[in-house]
Design a protein around this ligand. Structure first.
Ligand SMILES: [Zn+2]
Length: 422
């Protein structure tokens, strides 16, 4: 199928090198007025002004083209949400209410709430229930303009349940059209039965889970939650080094609740991204700036928890390649809306609207090792587009909490965004 999206008030191409952007490049949107995009099959064929894109079409005989008039609208690359926990069995509304009356994340965990309550519920959920919910959230993601989403395991604590999560993540994708990238997060937290024998759990991950995850090609990345209530830097190192020998790429939940040195570990191991970074310091930013590791900030979790935001401004000034993602999960970030994340990033972390766009698209793609395939609107890249009912890119973060995405196109096809319960 060949489609022509034309006459957009603004087209954000984000054209440029197929890698993360940093420094002044973080503000370069490749903006085109009266923009057009031509797609053929799953790929982008041309992008530029409507005149530039349509001129060659007039002179040659063409197969039928579906035209989509985007007058008065914004065309942008689909968002690349590079950090989520989409497969979960139920929201944690009791935790939510208790936390609002003062209970901390760790107190909730100690009294049977938190991650462990999600694990219990997940283990008793059927595969069909998990799949139905995952599809529902992917539809929501697409409705908000996301076209690529990373999904982590981590609520299984056992190989069998971790694999069920990763299977549900994969099976949920085709119906919506959104591309799903899977991450094994076997090291999410220490199960209570292993509290006095942590090393045994780490060995279980390394010796039993990782070889099977790799053999079954159930994940592309391995992630570890390295923090005071989860895994130590040494434990994270041993899991990630083992993952690397199995050919998995690396991610880390790093320096979120306290500074453990996980960011430095990620840089040292050549992780594709280190995520959260709320408690990082100048030395960490310098290390990141001198590396190819992406700093993925998740400000919706700070918004939801009421905790201090990562210092995005200082990181950007230091030359760090910053990405934005939702961290969608039932405990600390119950939103899958990238426009809302951008609104929070701008108003709370003082990122400029242009920086937020770059961080939510091409830099998100780099955080999933896909900067050559998606994250910008350029010939040869996958035809992943989001069309917004606004005529200025700044309006997307500005209208906070409103969903102005009108159409999402994944790999050249219009996404299914309506959830029908099946
Ligand atoms: Zn997370």
């Amino acid at each position: 199928m060949t489609s022509l999206f034309l006459h957009a008030a603004q087209l954000l191409t984000l054209r440029g090198p197929a890698r993360a952007r940093r420094g002044p490049e973080l503000r370069e949107l490749g903006l085109v007025r009266d923009g057009a995009v031509l797609t053929k099959g799953s790929l982008i064929v041309a992008a530029g002004t409507t005149d530039e894109v349509t001129k060659p079409l007039r002179s040659r005989k063409q197969a039928p083209i579906t035209e989509v008039d985007c007058s008065g609208k914004l065309i942008a690359p689909g968002f690349v949400d590079s950090h989520t926990h989409v497969v979960f069995p139920a929201p944690r509304l009791d935790d939510y209410e208790r936390r609002l009356s003062g209970a901390t994340y760790e107190e909730l965990a100690r009294s049977g709430g938190g991650i462990r309550s999600t694990v219990e519920r997940l283990r008793s959920s059927t595969g069909k229930e998990l799949l139905t919910l995952a599809r529902r959230w992917l539809c929501e993601a697409a409705a908000h303009g996301s076209t690529t989403i990373e999904i982590k395991s981590g609520y299984g604590f056992e190989l069998k349940h971790e694999l069920r999560m990763l299977r549900a993540a994969k099976a949920a994708a085709p119906r919506t059209g959104v591309e799903v990238v899977r991450t094994f997060l076997g090291a999410h937290t220490i199960p209570s039965e292993y509290e006095s024998k942590r090393r045994a759990f780490v060995s279980l991950i390394i010796e039993q889970m990782l070889p099977q995850i790799a053999k079954q090609r159930a994940a592309e990345f391995c992630d570890v939650f390295c923090d005071r209530s989860a895994f130590t830097v040494d434990e994270a190192r041993s899991v990630l080094e083992a993952a690397r020998t199995h050919g998995l790429k690396l991610k880390l939940h790093a320096d979120q609740l306290t500074r453990t040195g996980a960011t430095r570990l990620g840089v040292e191991l050549g992780a594709t991204s280190v995520d959260h970074l709320d408690c990082t310091n100048e030395g960490d930013w310098k290390a990141l700036a001198g590396s190819d590791t992406i700093a993925t900030l998740l400000p919706a979790s700070n918004f939801f928890l009421g905790t201090p935001y990562p210092q995005a401004r200082a990181m950007i000034e230091a030359g760090v390649a910053v990405a934005l993602a939702t961290d969608f999960n039932p405990g600390t970030s119950p939103t899958i809306s990238m426009p809302l994340v951008m609104a929070i990033a701008c108003s709370q972390m003082r990122m400029s609207p242009a920086e937020a766009w770059v961080a939510a698209t091409i830099n998100g793609a780099a955080a999933l090792a896909r900067a050559d395939a998606c994250g910008s609107i350029e010939p040869g890249k996958r035809a992943d587009l989001a069309v917004f009912a606004v005529d200025d890119f700044r309006a997307v973060p500005y209208f906070a909490g409103m969903n102005l995405c009108e159409m999402t196109v994944c790999a050249g096809r219009r996404c299914r965004t309506g959830y029908t319960g099946s």
